[in-house]
Write a protein that binds this ligand. Sequence first.
Ligand code: PRP
Ligand code: ZN
Length: 294
Amino acid sequence: MSDILRIAVQKKGRLATDSNRLLDEAGLGFFRNPGALTCRARGLPVELLFVRDDDIPSLVAKGVCNLGIAGENVLREEALENPDTQELQTVRALGFSRCTLKLAAPKEGKIRTVSDLQGLKIATSYPQILGVYLKEKNIQAKCVTLKGAVEIAPALGLADAICDLVSSGATLAANGLCDFARVMKSEALLVRSNTRWSAAQETTLARLLRRIDGIIASRATKYIMLNAPKSAVDEITALLPGADAPTIMPLAGRDDQMAVHAVCREEIFWDTLEALEARGANAILVLPIEKMMG
Ligand code: PRP
Ligand code: ZN
């Protein structure tokens, strides 16, 4: 049994960009030669395999790879089509590549709700997920399967509506389409095989997960520094989102002011900054956190 942990990631596409960034930040230290489909990491005993995202579930299910990073949408479609891939275990939800599988139709047309789809044609890259959804809604419609550029189907007369992933919504808008129903939400998941692993592979996964958890936590966390009038320190610290036990220090030469430093585990919006300022906070700095552990 190999001691190298093999991870399948998307070869190219949006998921690939986000996956590579995560693995890079996790200190894998890999350099992929253009065109190379495998690559050995230097920072951990890991080998990366660059494949098509819809092949990831079955590569992991077969144990060819120990782990894979894939979208929930692809994992679900594969699980419905190929029962072998139902056994995959989700190790982490990674919080990136978030999108929603939606039904959409031409803006100027008559389709406004799911029940308007009765007897019509729907183009999609996710025929299995769509099939289950339509069955639940008691809609009989014909699925036209396209691997990509699904949004072009209504204009070509191939379908009346589409069912495709929406992230920013720009592709729908650019093609004169309007969404009217949500089929499923999706994000990237780290999944593992149910096959037997060596002890060394388990150890590497545990190290990798600790790092990934640190990255996910630090992405959601900011460090805030500000000066506050002594009289308003309590009120100001109470406004800091998700901050426990801020550090409060005297400011040299300023008897009326204190410095407040805190780790905020929730997003700091502009209106929070405005509320802090309204209570006398000044010199407010919000800093990203690069790494977290412990
Ligand atoms: C994906 C998806 C949508 C689009 C959604 O396509 O299938 O078409 O992105 O993104 P948006 O809401 O931000 O515009 P992709 O770029 O992967 O191309 P493909 O479907 O042709 O493979
Ligand atoms: Zn697309």
